[in-house]
Design a protein around this ligand. Structure first.
Ligand code: BTN
Length: 274
C-alpha cells in the first residue's frame, strides 16, 4: 500500500447492461477489447483454449472485421456493435440452422428497441429500406468431427452516419441512425440481442425448432421473391417457395420449374421492371 491511488482503467464506452436477463450468454467469460482484429478470431482462440459455451467477446472497434464470403466488415469505433459468442453447434445434425435463428434474434431485438421491422434476406442479412444494417458470421470448429463449438459473430450498424460507411458500400449499407434519424443506446441493444439469441438458442436445444422457423418465415423478405443465387461461378435464378426445416432455400427454377434445396450462396432479389 503506497497511499497513492491506482489509476482507474478507462470505463468501456460500451458496457453490458446491469439488468441483463440472460443466464448463459455473457455470464461466465466476457472479454472486452477497445480494439481487436476480429472478435470471431479472438473467440475461436478462446474456444480452442477451452472457454465455455456462452463466452462473449466484444469490441468497440475491429481492425480486421470479417463478413461472409471473405468480405471485410467495416467496424468503426463508437458507432456499431461487434461481438462473438461461443456456442454448441446446434441442432447437431444441422448447425447452420443456428445462424438463421441468430438472424431472427437480432431482427426481433431491433424491432423491440426501435419498432423498425428488419427484413431477413436469406440466410441472415438484416435489411431496412433495402439497406443492410446487420449481419451474422458463423464459423464452425474445423478441428474434427463432430465440431465442438461454433463461433457466432454479430455486427450491427447502430449509430453509423452515412459518412462513416465506405463509398463502395454506401448504396447497399445503412444503419439504425440513418433509418430513424435517432442515436440508439448500443449497450441496451446488446443486452436485448443477447437475451433474444439465448431464448432462441435454448429454444432450439429444447426442440422448439418449428416455432423458430415460423417466426423466421414471417420476417423473411426472400420467401416469395424472385431471386438470383450466386454460388461461385454458378448463378441460379427462380422464385423462392419456402425455407425448409434445415434452413435451406427452396427455389423453383425459372428455367425448369423444378424445386431445388439451396444450402449456401449469395442471394440478390430481382425486382420486376415496370
Ligand atoms: C456478414 O457478412 O453479413 C457477416 C458480418 C459479421 C460481422 C461480425 S462483427 C463481429 C464479428 N467479428 C467479425 O470479424 N465478424 C463478425
Amino acid at each position: 500500500m503506497t497511499g497513492m491511488l491506482e489509476p482507474t482503467p478507462p470505463a468501456p464506452a460500451l458496457a453490458l447492461p446491469g439488468d441483463l436477463q440472460t443466464r448463459l450468454l455473457g455470464r461466465v467469460t466476457v472479454e472486452y477489447h477497445q480494439e481487436v482484429a476480429s472478435t470471431n478470431t479472438r473467440a475461436r482462440e478462446l474456444a480452442l483454449a477451452g472457454a465455455p459455451e456462452g463466452t462473449l467477446v466484444w469490441a468497440e472497434s475491429q481492425s480486421g472485421g470479417r463478413g461472409r464470403l471473405g468480405r471485410p466488415w467495416h467496424s468503426p469505433p463508437g458507432a456499431g456493435l461487434y461481438f462473438s459468442l461461443i456456442l454448441d453447434p446446434w441442432p447437431k445434425e444441422n448447425p447452420s440452422f443456428l445462424t438463421l435463428a441468430a438472424g431472427l434474434s437480432v431482427a426481433e431485438a431491433i424491432n423491440q428497441m426501435t419498432s423498425l421491422q428488419p427484413g431477413i434476406k436469406w440466410p441472415n442479412d438484416l435489411l431496412i429500406q433495402d439497406k443492410k444494417i446487420a449481419g451474422i458470421l458463423a464459423e464452425l470448429d474445423s478441428g474434427g468431427l463432430p465440431p465442438r463449438f461454433v463461433v457466432l459473430g454479430v455486427g450491427v450498424n447502430v449509430n453509423l452516419q452515412p459518412t462513416d460507411i465506405p463509398d463502395e458500400i454506401r448504396d447497399t449499407a445503412g444503419s439504425l441512425l440513418a433509418a430513424t434519424g435517432k442515436t440508439w443506446d448500443r449497450s441496451a441493444l446488446l443486452g436485448i440481442i443477447l437475451e433474444k439469441i439465448e431464448g432462441n438458442y435454448l429454444g432450439l436445444k429444447a426442440g422448439r425448432h418449428n416455432d423458430i422457423l415460423q417466426r423466421y418465415r414471417r420476417n423473411s423478405i426472400t420467401i416469395g421473391a424472385r431471386v438470383r443465387v450466386r454460388q461461385g461461378h454458378v448463378v441460379l435464378e427462380g422464385q423462392v417457395r419456402d425455407v425448409d426445416h434445415r434452413g435451406r432455400l427452396l427455389l423453383e427454377s425459372t428455367s425448369g420449374g423444378s424445386l431445388m434445396a439451396v444450402e449456401a450462396g449469395e442471394v440478390s432479389l430481382v425486382r420486376p421492371v415496370f
